[in-house]
Design a protein around this ligand. Structure first.
Ligand SMILES: [Zn+2]
Length: 384
């Protein structure tokens, strides 16, 4: 008898312990059953109806179909381990799979505007990565100009974009701009300063370089931000000078030149047609250019100068030579008439002769030469 009592006591203690444990690890809830198969276990009915209602709404909005997905689901009361409560994400996916029209999607929100929806968060991330890959740079910190968020929602399956179509849509509509920030080190040149010293013994317009400038070099470390591969900003972090630049020093003439002193810039002496350029011609060298114009067309001094020759000169025919005082002398040949005499000071643009065909000439034109220290130059590289 005593033994029995002890046994009963033990049984009571044992049962109490079990009840305590059961309450601790078990819970009353519902098996979620669809098409004869258990797809989850929930504590509250709302855990399921929250999902089905959202899907029903979307089904009605997208297709005009008034149907409750909940009809496909049976909830069976049951006590089960707490551990068996379905993961919310997993349950959503399972329920979402029951509809051939609606599914759970991830909508990309760009700067507060809802855009396209992907079937998974992975697809959304892969699409964003694909956009960035177009502008990927070594060691760059990649991002977007726009603020990006996403939201999970139930949508019509026909609204779902895959990685490829999503990428094309975002690209074509230019909804996202890729930012890449990269730190670069590079050599940079440092420009030199130019110091000018006025010199009243030199004519205006003349420049003498006393000391040639030299560029310096530095090592620059910069943070460069690119948007869609184009440089947007460049922030210099540090600059280390390797060689200092050397300033250029120039002497600048301030003295007014006397009349007849050339400016160094030449104008066309005749408005005519260029019929022969400077350089090799018929086995020899053509020492100037030919400007064809009808007989009597005025010939102008190409720059300020002094007439040093005016008259007949062999194959040149009637010829005028003007000395510009700066090392340059110009020739005007084959004239029909000369309007100046030796010693005359002429100004740029002033008529000095008329076009003709005297000397060795096949038709009316002006043969024009520019000589520097008596060496024939190509006039076309001087004329304006
Ligand atoms: Zn000629």
């Amino acid at each position: 008898m005593q033994i029995h009592l002890r046994g009963a006591l033990l049984l009571i203690v044992f049962t109490l312990c079990n009840l305590y444990l059961v309450n601790k690890i078990c819970i009353g809830g519902y098996d979620v059953v669809a098409e004869g198969e258990t797809i989850g276990f929930v504590e509250n009915i709302e855990d399921v109806t929250d999902i089905t209602e959202k899907m029903d709404n979307e089904l009605y909005e997208s297709y005009g179909i008034d149907r409750s997905l909940a009809d496909k689901i049976e909830l069976v009361e049951k006590v089960d381990f707490k551990n068996n409560i379905s993961d919310k994400e997993e349950l959503e996916r399972q329920i979402s799979d029951l509809s051939d029209l609606i599914c759970c999607g991830y909508t990309l929100i760009i700067s507060d505007n809802e855009t396209i929806t992907f079937k998974s968060y992975d697809d959304l991330l892969i699409t964003l990565a694909k956009l960035q890959r177009d502008y990927v740079m070594d060691n760059a910190e990649m991002g977007f100009c726009e603020n990006i968020e996403y939201k999970k929602e139930y949508v019509s399956k026909k609204k779902i974009y895959d990685v490829e179509t999503g990428y094309n849509y975002l690209k074509e509509n230019m909804l996202l701009n890729v930012v890449s920030k990269v730190r670069q080190e590079y050599a940079s040149t440092i420009n030199y300063d130019t110091t000018q010293i006025n010199d009243d013994t030199m004519y205006k317009g003349s420049v003498e370089i006393i000391q040639e400038g030299e560029v310096g070099e530095s090592l620059v470390s910069a943070e460069i931000e690119y948007i869609n591969g184009e440089e947007n900003t460049r922030k210099i972090i540090s600059e280390q000078i390797i060689t200092q630049p050397v300033a250029q020093i120039e002497r600048i003439g301030t003295l007014d030149p006397p009349p007849g002193y050339g400016t160094g810039e030449f104008i066309y002496p005749v408005s005519g047609t260029l019929t022969s350029e400077f350089g090799p011609r018929w086995g020899s060298t053509h020492g100037g250019i030919d400007l064809a114009a009808s007989t009597g067309t005025p010939i102008s001094a190409s720059d300020n100068g002094t007439v040093i020759f005016a008259g007949e000169s062999g194959t040149y025919g009637l010829l005028v030579k003007v000395d510009h005082g700066n090392g340059y002398v110009t020739y005007y040949a084959h004239c029909s008439q000369i309007n100046v005499a030796v010693g005359d000071v002429v100004t740029k643009g002033e008529t000095i002769a008329l076009v003709g065909s005297t000397g060795n000439s096949t038709g009316p034109h002006c043969h024009f030469e520019i000589r520097y220290n008596n060496v024939q130059q190509d006039p076309l590289s001087y004329l304006k």
